[in-house]
Design a protein. Structure first.
Length: 251
């Protein structure tokens, strides 16, 4: 249970973006029926690809607004704007974690997760959980879902991710009794894929998507004056470096 953001930018990625996102750790919507004072303070992470290469990846347990390491990492990403030529692309991913169990609060469980497959570096972050326990105490549900998607990927295109998402969704239902939410963001450094799907509590498991001109932002809750219309359920959206967006129904 988390808050997420993803950005594809051809211009600056302003430091203000990271400040507004960090505020969701304490001010963001919490699951209905849950104690709001817990917020999303159990972990944070940031990742940044520049022209397809992973340049920054930092994550930790604890609350982002209280972590000097979070703001230092944010400044490092914002500073990349000063060092790149016009027209180059940045993809930024951010995650604020609310652990399903206090026993699972640890740096190793903070998103985004990074995996390399066949020379491609993938970054993944997720909001939700599987219904039944996986039986693997060394991994949380989000890591298992990441493995499901990667194991079904046959390429890096929008169509490949649609097919892998469909396979992972079916497997989650068949082997884990379903899910609360499959909201996720996935990137290979060239494209950013974002998907919203839930079987319960749709008011909490939200994702918003907006083109602000020089960047496209996806976020669990609107930041930087994004439009307040949630993404439709069951549609994979893929943002390209030129900020075009493709969308296809999953299933």
């Amino acid at each position: 249970m988390c808050r997420m953001m993803g950005v594809v930018s051809r211009g600056p990625v302003y430091y203000d973006l990271f400040e507004e996102f960090a505020d969701l750790a304490t001010k963001g919507m919490c699951p209905i029926g849950a104690p709001d004072e817990r917020g999303h303070k159990d972990g944070w992470g940031l990742a940044c690809f520049q022209n397809g290469s992973l340049k920054v990846h930092m994550r930790d347990a604890g609350s982002a607004p209280d972590a000097s390491k979070y703001y230092g990492t944010a400044w490092k990403i914002a500073k990349l704007n000063m060092e790149r030529a016009p027209g180059q692309s940045l993809i930024v991913m951010g995650h604020l974690r609310r652990a399903s169990s206090q026993g699972l609060v640890a740096q190793k469980f903070a998103h985004p997760f990074i995996e390399e497959r066949e020379g491609v570096t993938w970054a993944f972050q997720h909001n939700g959980s599987l219904i039944t326990d996986s039986g693997d105490s060394g991994k949380i549900d989000s890591q298992i879902l990441f493995e499901m998607i990667l194991s079904s990927l046959r390429g890096r295109s929008h169509e490949d991710v649609v097919q892998a998402t469909t396979a992972a969704r079916e497997l989650a239902i068949k082997e884990h009794g379903g899910f609360t939410s499959l909201n996720f963001m996935l990137s290979d450094g060239d494209l950013l894929h974002t998907y919203r799907d839930f079987q319960t509590n749709g008011q909490y498991y939200t994702l918003y998507l907006d083109n602000l001109g020089e960047m496209v932002i996806a976020a669990s809750e609107p930041i930087l004056a994004m439009q307040a219309e949630p993404m439709p359920r069951g549609i994979l959206h893929t943002i390209s470096p030129d900020l075009t967006i493709r969308h296809t129904a999953v299933g």
